[in-house]
Design a protein around this ligand. Structure first.
Ligand SMILES: [Zn+2]
Ligand SMILES: [Zn+2]
Ligand SMILES: [Zn+2]
Length: 338
C-alpha cells in the first residue's frame, strides 16, 4: 500500500512504493499523450480549445474525446498517490501515513516536440492556464494540504518525454515548501517583509541576475544545490499563483521560454521545473510563489529536487532482503565457504 514515510531524524519524506515513471535512457514505449491518441489516455477532465478567438474550457466523456485541443488534463496513468490508499498510519519511530491524494497530468502541447524550451509562448501560456485551473480544482479535494506542480523534461519518444506538468496533491506540505513557508512567515512576523521580496531587492541587477521583465526576475540563487540552477520570481509580493491573470501568465511563459531555451541550447534538454506555489488553504500565510529550475540527469526527479519528496520504485523491506542476500553471499565468498 502506498505510504508517505518520514525519516527517523532528518524528517525527510519518502513515497513508498510507487511505479516511478520511466525516465531511463532507451525508453521504447511510444507516446500516448500526442494529439490524435486521446482515446489511449483516461478521459480529460479539463480540455482547453482555442476557439472563437479565445480559450474555451470543456471536458471529455468516456465515450467522446475532444480533438484539436491546445491543452488537456487527465488522471495520471501511473499515479504516485491514490484516492484510497488504505489507512496505513504508523507511529514513532516508524512514522508513516497513507499516500492519499490525486495525481493529474497537464499535457501542455498537442505536439511532442513543443517542449517548454522550444514552445510558442502563447502555447506555453495555455499549458500554464490549464495547470492553474486544475490546481484550483484539486484544492477542493478532501484532506488536501498541498498540490505539488512539477515537470521533468527529457528528450525521448515515450509519454514521459511529452511536454507535461505533473500535479500531485498531498495530505501534507512537502519538506522544501514547509521550510520556505516557516522562514517566510517568521520573517514576515518579525520584520514585516517577506524573504523572497528581500531577495528580489538584492538579486535584481546583481551579479547573479539572468534576465528581467516587467514583472519577473530570473537569477541564480546565492547557494544553489546544483550548477546552473535558477529561479524565476515575481518582483512584486504575490501570494497566490491562482490569482494570476492571463497576461501575467503569458509574461511568465515568456521568461520561462527564454531562460529554458537558452539553457537547453548550451546544456542539453534535461531539466526539472518546480512550481513553488503557496499552500492555498493557509490563507494567513505570506508565502511568495516562484519557479525553481533544476538541471537534471536521467534518474533525477523534480518531486525530489524541487519538493524534497523522494520516490522509491520498491519498498525498503524488499531492498533489505536483496542486500541481505548479497551481503551473506559476499561474506561466504570472503571466508571461502562453499
Ligand atoms: Zn507525445
Ligand atoms: Zn514577497
Ligand atoms: Zn522555492
Amino acid at each position: 500500500m502506498p505510504q508517505l514515510r518520514t525519516d527517523y531524524m532528518s524528517r525527510s519524506v519518502t513515497l513508498v512504493p510507487s511505479e516511478r515513471s520511466a525516465r531511463a535512457a532507451g525508453e521504447v514505449e511510444d507516446c500516448k499523450f500526442c494529439a490524435g491518441r486521446e482515446n489511449e489516455t483516461p478521459p480529460a477532465e479539463l480540455v482547453l480549445l482555442d476557439k472563437f478567438g479565445g480559450i474555451v474550457k470543456t471536458s471529455d466523456t468516456e465515450e467522446e474525446r475532444n480533438s484539436d485541443w491546445v491543452a488537456r488534463v487527465f488522471k495520471s496513468p501511473r499515479p504516485l498517490v491514490y484516492d484510497d490508499p488504505g489507512a496505513n498510519f504508523s507511529d514513532e519511530p516508524l512514522v508513516g501515513e497513507p499516500a492519499q491524494g490525486s495525481h493529474y497530468v497537464v499535457v501542455t502541447s498537442p505536439s511532442h516536440e513543443e517542449q517548454f524550451h522550444t514552445a510558442n509562448v502563447n502555447q506555453l501560456a495555455n499549458g500554464l492556464i490549464a495547470m492553474q485551473e486544475e490546481v484550483k480544482t484539486l484544492y477542493q479535494g478532501r484532506g488536501i494540504s498541498y498540490v505539488a506542480a512539477y515537470a521533468n523534461m527529457t528528450a525521448g519518444k515515450g509519454s514521459a518525454s511529452h511536454p507535461q506538468i505533473n500535479l500531485v496533491s498531498l495530505g501534507r506540505i512537502p519538506p522544501i515548501v514547509q521550510a520556505e513557508l516557516t522562514a517566510t512567515d517568521s520573517m514576515y512576523d518579525e520584520l514585516g517583509i517577506c524573504p523572497v521580496c528581500r531577495v528580489v531587492n538584492v538579486e535584481s541587477g546583481g551579479p547573479r541576475q539572468i534576465i528581467s521583465t516587467d514583472s519577473y526576475v530570473a537569477f541564480v540563487p546565492w547557494a544553489p544545490r546544483r550548477n546552473l540552477e535558477f529561479w524565476i520570481v515575481p518582483k512584486k509580493h504575490q501570494r497566490s499563483f491562482l490569482k494570476l491573470t492571463q497576461n501575467q501568465i503569458k509574461e511568465l511563459a515568456m521568461i520561462m521560454r527564454c531562460t529554458l531555451g537558452g539553457f537547453v541550447k548550451e546544456n542539453g534538454p534535461e531539466y526539472g521545473v518546480a512550481f513553488h506555489m503557496a499552500p492555498e488553504r493557509m490563507q494567513q500565510s505570506q508565502y511568495h510563489w516562484h519557479v525553481e529550475v533544476h538541471p537534471q540527469n536521467s534518474t533525477s526527479d523534480s518531486l525530489e529536487d524541487g519538493f524534497g519528496v523522494y520516490v522509491l520504485p520498491k519498498v525498503p523491506e524488499e531492498a533489505a532482503e536483496k542486500l541481505g542476500k548479497w551481503a551473506r553471499r559476499e561474506m561466504a565468498d570472503m571466508f571461502g565457504v562453499k
